[in-house]
Design a protein around this ligand. Sequence first.
Ligand SMILES: Nc1ncnc2c1ncn2[C@@H]1O[C@H](COP(=O)(O)OP(=O)(O)OP(=O)(O)O)[C@@H](O)[C@H]1O
Length: 272
Amino acid sequence: MERPFVEIMDVAMRYGGVEGTLALKDCSLTVGKGEFVAVVGPSGCGKSTLMRLVTGLWPMTQGNVIVAGQEVDRPLSSAGMAFQAPTLLPWRTILANVMLPLEVVEPHRRRLRSERAMYDAKARRLLAMVGLKGFEEKFPYQLSGGMQQRASLCRALIHDPALLMLDEPFGALDIFTREDLWLELQTVCQTLKPTVILVTHDLREAVFLADRVLVMSSRPGRIIAERKVPFPRPRTMEDIYKPEFQALLHDLREHISDARRAGATLEASHAA
Ligand SMILES: Nc1ncnc2c1ncn2[C@@H]1O[C@H](COP(=O)(O)OP(=O)(O)OP(=O)(O)O)[C@@H](O)[C@H]1O
């Protein structure tokens, strides 16, 4: 059997020393190569913390994270990342923002000068794929929030990352823009086939996009349930209204409600 692309083994994470906040405990999961996994759970359960550990942005307190067979012990610049805020650099054009990872991540960094035209064409192709053709030379302030989020998705993908980490990437957007971007992300993933971990509060988003949905417990977070999403691709917005889709949403919602209740009971017993 092929080794998973991401292996998270018995990870614990405590912020602020021994008396600090225990965000994750006994957290284990694996993600196969090319698989799209969504992580959902109660607010504050440690989802973003998990993303920081997988990308090496924060050292863990205990456990191991292995990506592509390598232990993660420093920031993983090869991963593509997109967060809730698009974080585009205001002084760079959209095209220059999208090309930013190429200036950092090898082997692109070395090749960028001699193969600029090829990379430039690739950035333009990605921008066209998400409906931003014609906006390449604009600056971020000239684009709407949804357009900036599309650009930040292109920036996450420009260096062909084998791993794409998405932390609430569409959280700040209105529902129509969000749904448009689900379709675009689905197309991009079917074309480029990266391994994806998506953190989201939106269960519809999780089920629409993922091959598998993982549910986290209340803090300290660990994986308490997982559901495979059996619906064929490409998925359409109509699929969301089908009974099987709704049943899966309902099932996940129950798990999260249980986790929230268990978390509240635990907090009450600590307070007593
Ligand atoms: N830098 C930090 N220093 C101290 N505590 C932190 C830090 N970052 C997060 N925490 C705490 O760790 C816990 C988990 O936070 P995290 O942001 O990972 O949760 P989350 O599931 O992503 O939350 P949400 O669903 O609200 O976005 C929370 O109690 C939070 O207050």
